[in-house]
Design a protein. Structure first.
Length: 101
């Protein structure tokens, strides 16, 4: 995923899937987007709540805020799903903040 440096006010959209690539229902979950420096998982640059779009289709979205992606570079991201008695994370994927024209 690529995000232009300094852009904000729009959504990053996600479809959560399980290990067999089936859609993961989001009923009763709270979802947090976590983004960190690729080499340093302890350095979060973003940790913010996602809105669930449709529970049964596994869709959610994160509204990019001012300051979220101000430094170009390579990052990793995951979605953390929590509900009573459970905390699960998706597979970490690549995110690149790129200079915008």
């Amino acid at each position: 995923m690529k995000v232009p440096k300094g852009d904000f006010g729009y959504y990053l959209n996600f479809v959560v899937k399980d290990s067999t690539a089936e859609v993961y229902p989001l009923t009763d979950y709270t979802i947090t987007l976590k983004v960190w420096v690729a080499a340093s998982p302890d350095e979060l640059i973003v940790s913010g709540a996602c809105d669930i779009v449709e529970e049964e289709s596994g869709t959610c979205r994160y509204l990019i805020a001012s300051g979220d992606f101000d430094t170009p570079g390579r990052y990793k991201y995951e979605l953390e799903l929590t509900k009573t008695g459970a905390k699960e994370s998706t597979v970490a994927l690549d995110l690149e903040v790129v200079e915008s024209g």
